[in-house]
Design a protein around this ligand. Structure first.
Ligand code: TRP
Length: 336
């Protein structure tokens, strides 16, 4: 039996931080050889909220390069750009017509984002989950890695599959495959540098709260110098009174590759003045190989383009096949 197919979408946000990497990407990269992976840079999703046309293309390429730098292996994975394959938009339209409006109005993320947009909510924001369903269903994906915040969208995708197959396919010959959530053993939870009780997040207005994978040594040094600590001497894990201390030790543990016991012993008598330079150096060194790989990929635009072209070719063949099957099931005429 072949490997199971996995589809994942990543927004072209232009940047990733240590929380993304240590919490998800790194663990994912470690097990990628067990699956046949499709990574889609979802630039069509990026325009569901106001966006900057001047940076969209560059952000799309940057995120693809960053994933390569993080260790996505092209022997097991395809990387491609959503808007390069028109089947994503087309299947979205077809699925729109069988998706009840109230399913979309009930989506938590829509309600949250709609509140932030105020008067200016586009139809695309409401339709976001249908586009995501199209991403997944075009590739007949077996599994979709999802975090907590995307679970409801995957549930909706499953509802759409069941509805479509029920209305337009024979019970023993489903047209669309029912995807399952791939919930991995949670990676490390990396917290904000300015508040050890909150997750490191790209939506935090303070740049000081996170270390981005592409931060320079100077930026890393500055952020760690200014990060929140406490007045207690001696550093320990798991003290609920000291969330920042636990977070910074955890970062050191993950980035140094040492065990928890080693870190606990090494740091138990340290003060912040001694620990911060150690964490700074460890972070800079840990990010360096990835930053070098990123730079190498970005310096060779032809290479990156060829990766995305190959990814697109493989992806598009599968996507177009599914689209044809869906159109046939819906009864469309075939152009001659
Ligand atoms: N909505 C997802 C997120 O914000 C991104 C996404 C788009 C996605 N299409 C997808 C994730 C398909 C998984 C599968 O994280």
């Amino acid at each position: 039996m072949g490997k199971q197919r996995v589809l994942s979408g990543v927004q072209p946000t232009g940047n990733l931080h240590l929380g993304n990497y240590l919490g998800a990407i790194r663990n994912w990269v470690e097990i990628q050889d067990q699956y046949d992976n499709y990574f889609c840079v979802v630039d069509l999703h990026a325009i569901t909220v106001p966006h900057n046309p001047a940076t969209l293309a560059a952000d799309t390429y940057n995120i693809a390069a960053l994933y390569l730098a993080c260790g996505i292996d092209l022997n097991h994975s395809n990387i491609f750009v959503q808007s390069h394959i028109s089947a994503h938009s087309e299947l979205t339209w077809l699925l729109n017509c069988i998706t009840p409006l109230n399913w979309l109005q009930d989506m938590i993320q829509f309600k949250e984002k709609a509140v932030k947009q105020g008067e200016n909510v586009g139809v695309g924001l409401l339709d976001y989950p249908v586009l995501m369903a199209a991403d997944i269903l075009l590739y007949q994906a077996d599994q979709v890695p999802v975090g907590e915040d995307q679970k409801q969208h995957l549930e909706l995708t499953r509802d759409i599959v069941n509805r479509f197959n029920h209305q337009f396919a024979q019970p023993d010959q489903p047209v669309l495959k029912l995807p399952a959530p791939l919930i991995r053993k949670e990676g490390a939870r990396v917290m904000s540098l300015t508040d050890g009780t909150r997750k490191m997040s790209k939506s935090d207005p303070s740049e000081l709260s996170r270390i981005n994978l592409l931060d320079t040594p100077e930026q890393i040094t500055n952020k760690i110098k200014r990060c929140k600590t406490d007045p207690v001497r001696g550093l320990t894990f798991d003290d609920p009174e000291r969330p920042e201390c636990n977070n910074l030790l955890t970062l050191y543990l993950l980035l140094s590759g040492k065990t928890k016991a080693e870190v606990a012993a090494e740091c138990q008598d340290m003060g912040w003045g001694q620990f911060k330079p150690l964490l700074t150096e460890t972070t800079i060194n840990a990010l360096k190989p990835m930053q070098e790989k990123y730079q190498a990929v970005m310096d060779d635009k032809g290479y990156l383009e060829s990766v995305l072209r190959d990814g697109r070719e493989k992806a598009e063949a599968i996507a177009n096949q599914t689209l044809s099957q869906v159109k046939a099931a819906l009864g469309f005429s075939v152009p001659v």
